[in-house]
Design a protein around this ligand. Structure first.
Ligand code: AMP
Length: 581
C-alpha cells in the first residue's frame, strides 16, 4: 500500500510530510528546503515553474507569476500569467504536483493519496476547491483537516500525557484561525473555532510597503497598477525587513526607483520594531475578534486557558507573542516550529487513517466551523417575507453530526418546496453562502403548515448530506452537497483536467540551475553598474553552457558564476547547488 502524505497547502509556503518510523517527518524539495513557496511562474518558453524559482521570477517579472492564490480558492475567478489563464485550484494543483514529486523521490514510490490541511474557517466552496486541486494533481484526498487541528495533533502526538485546555493561534500568510481544544491523555477534543479568511502575514507586509510609499506621498494601489515592478521589489524589501524586525530592533528598507531598480544609491527607509507595530496595529486589533469569538463559543474565560500554541510563520512577529502575554498573562508555546507544525500534524492524521500502531492511543474530534441551515419565509402581520436563515447545525457542533428539523408549507395547496441550503452566521441568507438546493415535491395539497422533515448529516471531511421527506409520504429526497466543486460545472472541471495534462513543467533536474539564473537576473537590477556588467557576462556564459549540453563547459561556467556571486558579497549564493565532483 502506498503511503498517505500530509500536506500543508499554505498561502505563502507549502510543506509535505510523511509518517515513518513511528513519527511525522518533513520531506525536502529539490532545492533541499522543506518550505516550498506557493508561487507559480510561466517562463517565456511556456514551461511552468513552481516554488523558489518562481518566487525569484516574481520579483523581476511579476506578470509571469501568481502567488497568494489560496485566497482565491472557491471563487470562480481566473488569473492571467505569462499570457495563460488559470483558476486558483489549478495553480494550487501545480504546487501539490511539485510536492508530490518531492515525496515520490524521497519515498521511491508513487504517491497517490493525501491529507490536505485548510484554514479552519474555510467555507464549503473553498474546501471543495482544495479537494479539486488535489484531484488535478493526481492525488486522492483522503481527508481535509483544519490547520489548527493539525497543529494540535502534532502537539498532542508529542505530549500525550498532557491534560489541558489549549488555544491554537494560527496566523499564516493569508488566513487567521483560532481553535480552542481540550487535550486529555492523547484524546483531542476541538471545542470551538473562529477566524478570518483574509488576514495573514502578507497583509502585514502590504501595510509596511504602503507606509513606505506614503512617506514618499505615493499610494500603494496606484503604484501597483502603474509600476508593478517597483512595488514587487519594494514588497520583497518589506518582507525581508518584517522578518528582520522579528529578531532585531531596526531594519532598513531600500526604496527602488520608479523603474523598479534597486542599487547602492537607493534611498533608505529605516524602521524600528515599535514603529512597525504601530503601522500594523489595525491588523493586530483584528486578531482579537476571532479570539474572543472562539473563547465565547467555547464558554471559556481567558484565565482558564492552560496553554497558547502558536502556528503559522507570521506568529514569529514578536507583536503576536506580546498580544498573548497581554491578553492571557502567559508566554505562548512554540516548542514545535510554527512553519512546520501543520504539515507534521497532517502526517499524524494520515497515520490515524491507516491505524498506525504509533498513534493507536491518539483520538481526535473536530467541529464544524460555520452554521448550516436552510432559507425560510417569515410571517410579519399576515405578510410573508422571504430570505431568512434557519440554522439546522450550529457552528462549533462536534462532527460527525446528524440533526433533523421540521419545516412547513406556507401557501395553501403548496405541493412542492425548493429547499435552499446555506452556510454562514447572518440572519438573512443573502449574506450567507449558498451551498446547493433540493426540490421536495409530492406534498399532499392542503392548508399552509403541511410538515416537511429535513435532516442534515455532516461528516469528518465537511461533506454535507441533506435529506428531506414528507412525514407519512414514504419518499425521501436527497442531495449530497459535495460534488459541485467550488461552483464549477462538470464541463469546467473536465476542461481544467485537460489543461492540467497539457501543461509542460520545467524539467525537475534543471530546476536548481533555473533558480540560480532567476536569482542572478534579480540581482542584475540591484547591483551597481560595474558589477552589473560582470554579472551579466557571467550569466550569459552560464546560460549558453546550460543549453550547450557540454558538461565540462557547464560546470566551469557555474563555478565562475558562483565565484562572482561570492565576490559580490552574496554569502550563500546557491546553498543547495552542490559542486559536482
Ligand atoms: P505560513 O503560511 O505559515 O508559511 O506563513 C507565512 C507567513 O509568515 C508569511 O506572511 C511570512 O511573511 C510570515 N513569516 C515567516 N517568517 C517570519 C518571520 N521570521 N517574521 C515575521 N513573519 C514571518
Amino acid at each position: 500500500m502506498s503511503e498517505i502524505v500530509g500536506i500543508d497547502l499554505g498561502t505563502t509556503n507549502s510543506l509535505i510530510a510523511v509518517f515513518r518510523d513511528g513519527r511525522p517527518q518533513l520531506i525536502s524539495n529539490v532545492h533541499g528546503d522543506t518550505l516550498t513557496p506557493s508561487v507559480v511562474g510561466v517562463l517565456p518558453s511556456g514551461e511552468v515553474i513552481v516554488g523558489s524559482p518562481a518566487k525569484e521570477l516574481r520579483v523581476t517579472e511579476p506578470h509571469r507569476c501568481a502567488a497568494t492564490f489560496k485566497r482565491l480558492m472557491g471563487q470562480n475567478q481566473s488569473l492571467k500569467l505569462g499570457g495563460k489563464s488559470f483558476i486558483a485550484p489549478e495553480l494550487s494543483a501545480m504546487v501539490l504536483r511539485s510536492l508530490k514529486c518531492d515525496a515520490e523521490t524521497f519515498l521511491g514510490e508513487t504517491v497517490s493519496e493525501a491529507v490536505i490541511t485548510v484554514p479552519a474557517y474555510f467555507n464549503d466552496h473553498q474546501r471543495k476547491a482544495t479537494r479539486l486541486a488535489g484531484e488535478l494533481a493526481g492525488l486522492k484526498v483522503r481527508r481535509i483537516v483544519n490547520e489548527p487541528t493539525a497543529a494540535a495533533l502534532a502537539y498532542g502526538f508529542h505530549d500525550r500525557q498532557a491534560r489541558k485546555k489549549l488555544l491554537v493561534i494560527d496566523l499564516g500568510g493569508g488566513t487567521f484561525d483560532v481553535t480552542l481544544m481540550d487535550v486529555f491523555e492523547g484524546a483531542l477534543e476541538i471545542i470551538s473555532t473562529a477566524g478570518e479568511n483574509f488576514l495573514g502575514g502578507e497583509d502585514f507586509t502590504d501595510r509596511l510597503a504602503s507606509a513606505v510609499l506614503s512617506s514618499r506621498n505615493l499610494q500603494f494601489e496606484v503604484m501597483e497598477q502603474r509600476n508593478p515592478l517597483m512595488v514587487s521589489r519594494l514588497r520583497e524589501e518589506c518582507e525581508a525587513a518584517k522578518r528582520i524586525l522579528s529578531t532585531h530592533e531596526t531594519a532598513a528598507i531600500r526604496i527602488p526607483d520608479p523603474r523598479g531598480i534597486l542599487d547602492s544609491d537607493s534611498a533608505d527607509f529605516v524602521i524600528s520594531r515599535s514603529a512597525f507595530t504601530e503601522i500594523v496595529r489595525p491588523l493586530l486589533d483584528r486578531l482579537r475578534g476571532p479570539i474572543d469569538k472562539a473563547l465565547h463559543d467555547g464558554r471559556c474565560a481567558r484565565h482558564e486557558v492552560d496553554e497558547v500554541i502558536l502556528a503559522g510563520g507570521a506568529t514569529r512577529m514578536p507583536a503576536i507573542a506580546d498580544l498573548v502575554r497581554d491578553d492571557f498573562g502567559r508566554i505562548p508555546c512554540c516548542s514545535l516550529n510554527p512553519d512546520e507544525v501543520v504539515a507534521l500534524g497532517a502526517a499524524v492524521q494520515a497515520a490515524l487513517i491507516v491505524d498506525d500502531v504509533a498513534v493507536e492511543d491518539v483520538v481526535m474530534t473536530d467541529v464544524c466551523p460555520h452554521t448550516l441551515g436552510v432559507a425560510i419565509v417569515k410571517e410579519f402581520g399576515g405578510h410573508l417575507e422571504e430570505g431568512y436563515f434557519s440554522p439546522v447545525i450550529h457552528r462549533n457542533t462536534t462532527i460527525p453530526v446528524s440533526r433533523e428539523e421540521r419545516y412547513a408549507t406556507v401557501h395553501p395547496h403548496q405541493t412542492s418546496i425548493l429547499l435552499q441550503v446555506y452556510q454562514g452566521e447572518a440572519r438573512r441568507v443573502k449574506d450567507n453562502l449558498l451551498l446547493g438546493q433540493l426540490t421536495v415535491d409530492g406534498i399532499p395539497p392542503g392548508p399552509p403548515g403541511q410538515p416537511i422533515e429535513v435532516r442534515f448529516t455532516y461528516d469528518l471531511n465537511g461533506i454535507l448530506e441533506v435529506e428531506a421527506y414528507v412525514p407519512g409520504g414514504g419518499r425521501k429526497f436527497q442531495a449530497i452537497l459535495n460534488h459541485q466543486s467550488s461552483g464549477l460545472s462538470n464541463d469546467e472541471i473536465r476542461e481544467a483536467v485537460k489543461r492540467m495534462q497539457a501543461i509542460k513543467f520545467y524539467p525537475r533536474d534543471d530546476l536548481r540551475n533555473q533558480r540560480l539564473v532567476l536569482f542572478c537576473e534579480r540581482l542584475v537590477g540591484e547591483v551597481g553598474v560595474d558589477d552589473r556588467d560582470r554579472l551579466e557576462a557571467a550569466l550569459d556564459l552560464f546560460e549558453q553552457a546550460m543549453s550547450s549540453g557540454d558538461r565540462d563547459r557547464f560546470s566551469e561556467a557555474r563555478r565562475l558564476l558562483i565565484h562572482l556571486l561570492l565576490d559580490l558579497g552574496i554569502a550563500n549564493p546557491e546553498p543547495d547547488v552542490e559542486e559536482e565532483s
